[in-house]
Design a protein around this ligand. Structure first.
Ligand SMILES: *Cc1c(COP(=O)(O)O)cnc(C)c1O
Length: 441
């Protein structure tokens, strides 16, 4: 398989696309051409892991990781991704539960796949690779959990003090010696600027072998197509009908994985993007003008994105807005509708959804009746509501029980180090924690 930059450079193989993260011309890597499957290619593949093995095999062609695919799949998909039925009086609705991983959000899938690949490609106990990640919430926790105790790998997580929830802060802070958690007295933008400055510092970069694990790495995207393949095959086998998906969307990584699965031939009917009040994508579909902007803060905070980076991939893959709007639906769900829907869902479904998932359930409720009854809908649940209990619990007037995976994390001791938002403070903490290894460079 060859990977080309959205801006033209290439080709490179999977190894290079993973290690480089971003192409030399500033573009994002896409597999080209996309493999083509038919449903019968998956006749022998019944489990999630078996579907992953079949679907991901072509991408590993020409990679040094080809022989390890089985083990990479096992390490990535080590938790269930169930498709459950929702009570519905009008048509069929199911919930795809992506929140049973170690940090209870779908980002566990991409982070674990990237970790399984990177440690095999670049892990070196004498001179570890150091992953830098600035986070405003879910990404850093998933990356820290995925790289925790991986040989030859280190992680430095930077997060803004007081601007992530208490449970999120805990998830960012409770890992082993190879994960350094820095609680920065500053904003998310300052954390991101510190990461950028460190990556650009040649001495520091050579000493620590820096790499990043941000959402534009193709390794975060590819494995996510697996759960769309698995869920659509399961529904198709049971009913003979192709399901449609409604996907909570911020940076467009999760939804793009579904769109890729459909283009690869999986039995998927419609795809609808559900955004929060950040309207960059809905406005683009409406006006045909791409106008990225600063993000607005909403209750679905992991989707607070004003310039979705994966749009560059989607446009190079399918086309501009005039094409995209014929292939995809989109709806923006503001905070008051998120709040209202969390309460309605609790009454109708007898369980709570997280504020991100509520953008999908709301979008489903607002479909016109012919469409809602005419297609079978799978609503994508991106995180467990217990991660956002301060939003959810007052709306449902009830407690959200902690799932076992979150309970396991929250019972570990917290060990974040508070620092000012300076490059020197960050470098000093790295020196203290990591002194004694990686000195060869
Ligand atoms: C990251 C995230 C999203 C948005 O996913 P994208 O791939 O950025 O579109 C939605 N919900 C939750 C819970 C997330 O953590």
């Amino acid at each position: 398989m060859e990977f080309f930059s959205t801006r033209g450079q290439g080709p490179v193989n999977l190894d290079e696309a993973l290690v480089r993260g971003i192409a030399g011309d500033g573009g994002l890597f896409m597999p080209t051409p996309m493999p083509a499957f038919s449903v019968s290619d998956f006749d022998e593949a019944q489990s999630l892991q078996a579907v992953a093995q079949t679907l991901l095999a072509p991408f590993f062609g020409g990679s040094s990781l080809e022989a390890d695919l089985g083990r990479i799949v096992e390490e990535t998909f080590s938790f269930p991704i169930p498709l459950t039925d929702l009570p519905s009086e009008t048509g069929t609705a199911r919930l795809l539960e992506l929140y049973h991983g170690p940090t209870a959000a779908f980002k566990d899938v991409g982070a674990r796949f990237l970790s399984a690949c990177m440690k095999r490609l670049e892990g070196d106990e004498a001179s570890p690779l150091t992953i830098l990640v600035a986070t405003s919430g879910d990404t850093g926790g998933a990356v820290a959990a995925a790289f925790d105790q991986q040989p030859g790998m280190r992680v430095v997580v930077l997060f803004p003090d007081g601007r992530v929830s208490e449970r999120q802060a805990h998830q960012l802070s409770c890992w082993s010696d190879n994960v350094l958690s820095l609680c920065v007295d500053g904003s998310f933008d300052e954390c991101q600027a510190m990461v950028k400055a460190a990556l650009a510092d040649e001495d520091l970069s050579a000493h620590y072998r820096f790499s990043s694990a941000n959402s534009i790495n193709i390794g975060r995207l590819l494995p996510q197509s697996t759960y769309y393949a698995y869920a659509s095959l399961q529904h198709f086998r049971e009913t003979g009908r192709k399901p449609s998906f409604i996907i909570p969307t911020g940076n467009l990584g999760n939804a793009l994985a579904c769109i890729m699965a459909r283009e690869m031939g999986l039995p998927i009917e419609s795809v609808i993007l559900a955004t929060n009040a950040n309207r960059t994508i809905p406005d683009y579909f409406e006006t045909l003008e791409w106008l990225p902007r600063a993000s607005l803060q909403t209750l679905a905070s992991a989707m607070d994105v004003g310039n979705p980076s994966n749009m560059e991939r989607l446009r190079s893959f399918l086309g501009e807005a005039d094409v995209l709007r014929t292939r995809l639906g989109v709806r923006s769900v503001p905070d008051d509708e998120i709040e209202e829907d969390i309460a309605i869902d609790y009454k109708d479904f007898d369980f709570a959804v997280c504020p991100h998932t509520a953008t999908a359930t709301r979008t489903w409720r607002e479909l016109d009746v012919a469409l809602r009854e005419g297609e079978d809908w799978i609503l994508v649940a991106t995180a467990h509501p217990a991660k956002f209990e301060t939003v959810v619990e007052p709306l449902i007037n009830d407690e959200v029980p902690l799932p076992p995976e979150l309970n396991a994390i929250l019972s570990r001791p917290k060990r974040a180090i508070s620092i000012p938002a300076t490059q020197e403070a960050m470098a000093a903490e790295m020196e203290t924690r990591f002194a004694g290894s990686g000195e060869q460079h």
